[in-house]
Design a protein around this ligand. Structure first.
Ligand code: PEP
Ligand code: MG
Length: 747
């Protein structure tokens, strides 16, 4: 950049800083900003458009257009050149605006006189807040240097908007992050909770975007980059000794940290008057804008790396977000773009509610939240942008709505809802010790799903008769290294002790798919749910499975033991896995360790293929548990984590139910106990239909035991079966409607 412009841009920022520092109202500040940009850039028009709501841009200040148009002229995202600039997140620079595609003439502004137009998005970390526009009569394109200067200024305006510098009364802008906002998402776990926002990745706030001391800022920037490079080098040294693949990923990461063009661009920004952190943010915003458009997966990965490095740099420069857990509020509601099961487990049960921008109902993070009965809303678009740490938030898991910074009316209606929830809990507590016996006399065994020691107290509280599924992988997920056999056996024996003699069905390690252990080689598979996972890993690399089986046998210490293998798709897999158990028993016997007084070894039926296994399978297996979460995704060919397709298929679909009925019949013929332990077992209407088909054991999250039992005790299963049969005979796609309508008059 030529020296003249460099100092011009610095001068502009210097004047901007004075205007922003003045003790004036938000509108006066905005007016001052457009005036001085127009003056400094010798252009006839300078205007600032900011978003009124997610879809509408409003002219908030202008020098050169009609004054009366301010706060009157509005356009939708994508509409006209201003809307186009915001939507595309790129600069629009034209000498002849009226002939540009999409141009829309706004008569109230008087802009027909101006031929040239340059619009620059005002964006902060990929979040577009508005558009900065300059226009002039002479038909010319603005030079790259002028555009660059506008980008720098837009960056400062974005920061100041975020900090509330333009907030005012009346028609002026209302403060960002201060208004009540209602966010609609999808329900992943019911329940209601109230608390304060706790951001999984707290937003870094830059309070000093402009600097008049480039030397100091440059040395701050270089120092932070130095620190960043050292920390990446250290990570790399650690990774090389553990895992070559992970090291390779980090090598690419290091290449970026050392990229001279990235550093040069940030230094240039600083030389032009931005502070070190504003320079980092400016480049990060550009990278995010590119990321949103990049289709190539490799490029997307690299842009993600760059984004991550920028976050680290910002944290170093601002000192923010270094010790996130330290500032957790009393009733934390976790707000995140997405979260993995391991990260959620690290936060633990202190989290009172979760709101995610993405997420899915079938993910393991969701299962953890469900197990803990923490209300969870997924697909709440915009929540990470709107929420600030500490904001009051109400999570309405019944409606799939989060109320951020609620007003009094919403707040009081919500308190009523929480009171109702408490009353329902009391009702369930009153039937806790009664059997789940239907009016026709059928008794259903209700068991609970668990995965952590901390879940075991729910056995008592919920009234569950045992643990129908103990997901052992959760213990592996919360560690940063592979647990040892002695640790595992101590842990399993604590589980058995806490269960106080009730049956616990330990499922051996089910990793792969979305359950990725941080200390195991990442498995780059195109379709991990159908890839190398669960028992497939256990049989191909039996070291961990053997260790786990030994740990289980030792934990049982002569008491009864129940174990099951996940994701068995054919008889040979079950036989091979069972052979590992037999070997483990022989080894224990040789070592003189006590053997379980009774051993049940079962298989999870999670793929349709197993339902058609030879009769011998049903005879050899001690019990079968239907893993409905996986089974459903393979039955309907609908990814359990993909919200778009997952919702299309109903568990109460006639084909799925007739498939389940067939499994029930095959088990009955072989006298093999059968249970259902997927999430659907905990949904009252689904549970009722399964029971009507003949299932006698259902395993669910502890909080569902009460509602399921409450419903089961009020109905005659023969009548339910009759309603289902009628619906099937009528040709209904699903029996849900018929059963739900019938229930209205029964309970
Ligand atoms: C299932 O698939 O239904 C199941 C219980 O296993 P997971 O959800 O852990 O995959
Ligand atoms: Mg499964």
């Amino acid at each position: 950049m030529p020296h003249r412009l460099e100092s011009e841009s610095r001068k502009l920022l210097g004047r901007l800083r004075e205007a922003l520092a003045a003790d004036s109202e938000g509108q006066a500040r905005l007016d001052a900003v457009v005036n001085l940009i127009a003056d400094q850039m010798r252009t006839e028009v300078c205007s600032i458009y900011l978003f009124r709501d997610a879809e509408t841009l409003e002219l908030c200040a202008t020098k050169g257009l009609q004054e009366e148009a301010v706060h009157q002229t509005r356009m939708r995202l994508g509409e006209g050149l201003v809307g186009r600039t915001a939507k595309s997140r790129t600069v629009t620079n034209t000498a002849d605006a009226p002939s540009e595609k999409g141009f829309r003439y706004m008569p109230e502004t008087g802009e027909e006189r101006f031929s040239s137009f340059c619009g620059v998005p005002i964006q902060r970390l990929g979040d577009v807040l508005g558009v900065l526009v300059v226009q002039s009569k002479d038909g010319r394109e603005y030079t790259p240097d002028e555009v660059y200067a506008l980008e720098i200024v837009a960056m400062v305006i974005a920061e100041m908007t975020e900090l509330g510098a333009f907030v005012g009364e009346g028609a002026a802008l209302s403060a960002r992050h201060q208004q009540p906002v209602m966010l609609r998402g999808s329900i992943a776990q019911e329940g209601a909770s109230e608390g304060q926002v706790y951001l999984h990745e707290p937003r870094v706030v830059v309070t000093n975007p402009i600097s008049d001391d480039p030397e100091t800022e440059l040395s701050r920037l270089r120092e932070a980059i130095d620190q960043l490079r050292k920390s990446v080098d250290n990570m790399l040294v650690g990774a090389r000794t553990v895992d070559a693949d992970q090291a390779q990923v980090l090598e690419a990461y290091r290449m970026f940290a050392n990229s001279s063009s990235w550093v040069r661009r940030m230094e240039e920004d600083v030389n032009n008057g931005l502070s070190a952190e504003a320079a980092v943010e400016k480049e990060q915003s550009l990278a995010r804008a590119r990321l949103s458009k990049a289709g190539d997966p490799y490029l997307r990965e690299r842009l993600h790396d760059l984004d991550d490095l920028s976050n680290r740099l910002l944290r170093t420069l601002t000192g923010q977000g270094a010790d996130a857990q330290a500032d957790m509020p009393d009733n934390p509601i976790l707000v995140a773009r997405n979260i993995g099961p391991g990260e959620l487990l690290e936060y633990g049960k202190k989290i009172k509610g979760i709101v995610l921008e993405e997420g899915s109902v079938g993910s393991h993070a969701t299962i953890v939240a469900r197990a803990w009965a923490i209300p969870l809303i997924i697909n709440a678009k915009g929540v990470t942008r709107e929420a600030l740490n500490g904001d009051t938030i109400l999570v309405d898991g019944e409606q799939g709505i989060a109320h951020l910074r609620p007003d009094e009316t919403v707040q009081s209606a919500f308190s009523d809802k929480i009171a109702m929830q408490t009353r329902a809990q009391e009702r369930y507590a009153s039937i806790r010790d009664l059997p789940a016996q239907s009016k026709c006399g059928s008794v259903i065994s209700l068991q609970m799903n668990a995965g952590l020691i901390a879940d075991l107290p729910s056995l008592e509280g919920s009234g569950a008769e045992g643990v129908g599924l103990f997901r052992t992988e959760l213990q592996f997920l919360i560690r940063n290294q592979m647990p040892r056999r002695a640790e595992l056996s101590a842990l399993y024996s604590r589980v058995l002790k806490a269960a106080g003699g009730k049956r616990v069905a330990f499922r051996t390690l089910d990793i792969g798919s979305d359950k990725v252990l941080p200390y195991m080689k990442p498995n780059d598979e195109p379709n991990p749910a159908m890839g190398w996972r669960a028992i497939r890993v256990g049989l191909d690399k039996p070291g961990v499975l053997r260790m786990q089986l030994q740990a289980l046998l030792r934990a049982a210490n002569g008491q009864p033991l129940t174990a099951m293998f996940p994701f068995i798709t054919q008889i040979s897999e079950f036989r091979d896995a069972k052979a590992e158990m037999d070997k483990a028993i022989a080894r224990e016997k040789k070592l003189g360790h006590p053997l379980p007084s009774k051993l049940d070894v079962g298989a999870m039926l999670e793929t349709p293929s197993l339902a058609y296994a030879p009769d011998a399978f049903f005879e050899e297996v001690d019990f079968i548990s239907i893993g409905g979460n996986d089974l459903k995704q393979f039955f309907f060919a609908a990814d359990r984590e993909n919200e778009r397709v997952r919702k299309r298929y109903d568990t109460l679909d006639v084909s799925f139910l007739s498939f389940i009925e067939q499994v029930i019949k095959r088990c009955a013929a072989a006298n093999t106990p059968l249970s259902f332990c997927g999430e659907d077992a905990g949904r009252p209407v689904e549970a009722l239909c399964f029971a009507a088909l003949g299932l006698r054991t259902l395993s669910m999250r502890p909080a569902s035991v009460g509602p399921v039992k409450h419903l089961l005790r009020r109905v005659d299963l023969n009548e339910v079966k009759g309603i289902m049969d009628d619906a099937i005979a009528r040709g209904d796609q699903s029996v849900r409607r018929a059963v739900s309508d019938w229930l209205v008059y029964q309970v």
